[in-house]
Design a protein around this ligand. Sequence first.
Ligand code: MG
Length: 249
Amino acid sequence: MSIIIKSEREIAAMRKAGRIVATVLEILKTKVRPGMKTRELDVIAAEEMTRLGAKPSFKGYRGFPASLCVSINDEIVHGIPGERVVNDGDIVSLDLGAVFDGFQGDAAITVALGNASQQAKELVATARGALGAGIDAARPGNRLGDISAAIQHYAESREYSVVREYTGHGIGRSMHESPQIPNFGHPGEGPLLRKGMTLALEPMLNIGDWHTRLGADKWVVLTGDGSLSAHFEHTIVITSGTPEVLTAL
Ligand code: MG
């Protein structure tokens, strides 16, 4: 499958969707606090997206029941919000997708609550840095493998593992377009990156090894060894120079 090159008009639409995702994540970041139920975060996400004229991408996607994924501690991705209460010291991944004017934005942050351990905070900082390393490698003339390798090198050189069974992805009119973007790989391999490609990069880093297991609800993905995991994601567009982050404020 080929990678779709977006027109300036399409990129402008994706910029709007991306900005809505960034705005809602920023609101969630300021509101999340110990004692809250994860369901409350989902309600805020849905209300804010409605207020901004967007629709949640995740709700109904393959039957996913919520607007937001909330994944705590050893949960990596795809946590369903519900009655679980977030606690002081937890690390909480908030993953959000919005569709506006037919185009998608997709981003995630991980927030360390209150007195999180130094170990947890370092994991979160490194996952954020790994996303930055991937974004830096997303330049025309590079190949997809350069992004994957940059993320892997950033994480593994700091002694974290990268989750292998879940990947970043192309994005546009659909939330998941070609190509899949693994968070590990070899420089110089894979498709050539070109201006106008829109990609969602999303490293997931574990303190332990990279193996995962599926939770009882068949949605939430957890680390196989119970170690902490952190996740960051941005939707970007490849330009002639430094990529533009579409899910930034
Ligand atoms: Mg994504």
